[in-house]
Design a protein around this ligand. Structure first.
Ligand code: SAH
Length: 217
């Protein structure tokens, strides 16, 4: 059996980072955050050998861990500093939240699948990431008691930008969110300026849908 932290995977991690760099990701804070988090810890054992390929992979509850290059671009687009509080919707494996925990002061992450959240929490503990707060619930409602947030990242596909999330974004804040159909979305970067909302299209992406309402059993 391969260990979750097989040292042989380190060269693969470095190789992936070099690939990201040549593809245009030049933000050194994002790259070193990604270098410090072993992605193989966040994927099912059957996919350990694919952990450092630039591809999304299946995780439990029919969900997916995002493609590393998408994690990199989203983290970069958010422009997170170490003084910021960040809200993530869609914890999934916990990989994106772990990257953000290296970049932000505090990460708040919401997941509707309790089972996924429990496993992600164990990973945060194993990695000693103690600035991540978790909540099982419908993330389209945000996290009212901890709002406003300097940054919001949605890692599930929305049909439109949830108004509640926009309300919970601080003035001057940035939100990155995939908006579109269940099969294809445009990644939006939304900035809340004193003059109003400024919206930028980043790239086409494919995320699992943001499911609103009741939680699964
Ligand atoms: N960020 C994750 C990948 C996200 S996959 C990672 O790094 O692994 C999208 C996740 O969003 C899934 O786990 C799905 O269960 C969750 N999700 C979908 N709709 C949601 C909602 N309304 N509230 C919270 N989580 C939601």
């Amino acid at each position: 059996m391969k260990s979750a932290l097989n040292a042989d995977n380190l060269p693969n991690r470095i190789r992936l980072l070099m690939k990201l760099r040549t593809s245009g990701v030049t933000d050194t804070r994002v790259l070193s955050a990604m270098e410090s988090i072993p992605r193989e810890m966040f994927v099912p054992e059957a996919f350990h050998d694919k952990a450092y390929e630039d591809t999304a992979l299946p995780i439990d509850s029919g969900q997916t861990i995002s493609q590393p290059s998408v994690v990199a671009w989203m983290s970069w687009a958010l422009q997170v500093s170490d003084r910021m509080r960040v809200l993530e919707i869609g914890t999934g494996s916990g990989y994106q939240a772990s990257i953000l925990s290296r970049l932000a002061r505090m990460v708040y992450t919401v997941e509707r699948h309790k089972d996924l959240l429990r496993v992600a929490e164990e990973r945060f503990k194993m990695l000693g990431l103690n600035n991540i707060m978790t909540h099982a619930g419908d993330g389209s409602k945000g996290w009212k008691t901890a709002a406003p947030f300097d940054r919001i990242i949605v890692t599930a596909a929305a049909h439109s930008v949830p108004a509640t999330l926009l309300e919970q974004l601080a003035e001057g804040g940035i939100m990155v969110i995939p908006v579109g159909s269940d099969t294809e979305q445009i990644l939006l970067r939304i900035e809340k300026t004193p003059q109003g909302i400024v919206q930028q299209h980043l790239m086409m992406v494919r995320f699992v849908p943001l499911v609103e309402g009741k939680l699964p059993k």
